[in-house]
Design a protein around this ligand. Sequence first.
Ligand code: DX5
Ligand code: ZN
Length: 222
Amino acid sequence: MSKQSNVIAPSILSADFARLGEEVKDVLSAGADWIHFDVMDNHFVPNLTVGPMVCESLRKNDINCPIDVHLMVEPVDDLIKMFADSGATSITFHPEASMDPEKSLELIENLGCKPGLVLNPDISLNVLKPFLKDLYMVLLMSVFPGFGGQKFIPEVIEKIRDLRNLIDESNNIIRLEVDGGVNSDNVSQISLAGADTFVAGSAIFNHKNYSHAVKTLRDNFS
Ligand code: DX5
Ligand code: ZN
């Protein structure tokens, strides 16, 4: 298994938006590696969150860690450009939200960001096959996107294992990220199945002590 270093990426969806800068600084000093930035448009998913101005504002407030932008919007290309200009590090999108996923991945790369695709729980891994050589990361959703605090769908464990094999067999270096319902009870199983990048919203931000929450996740990696 050619897993990369483990990364914990707290999702700002569960942060206190009135104090977002402080919240982000707090989780980073608590040991988080990246910030996961959920972008929802009330069209591709039912919820509505924040756009590139907020990403830019974090950058202007000395947030220098990788910002992992997860686009849950349709179409994707205009927002890809705006987020690249606003300081995104990686940008992932759902292939069904793009007219031409290959071109959208190329756009992300050409704008200097790291490209990735996101698969909802009911989307087959086969969708990824034509794009494997172009991907920095694959994000597997373990809930249906739209809201934080949902329950991890256990069937996704097998999909993580299958994706791990697909990545390893392809000989490409691709991060395997999991998003939705990740917590200290299931993180070891998720890690053992082959994930290396862990999004956690409520498991961190709903915890009183962020350092403890981050450490508990890290202690459970396989
Ligand atoms: C769901 C989002 C997730 C979510 C994770 O649509 O993409 O990033 O905020 O939150 P938890 O960890 O609470 O499921
Ligand atoms: Zn997300």
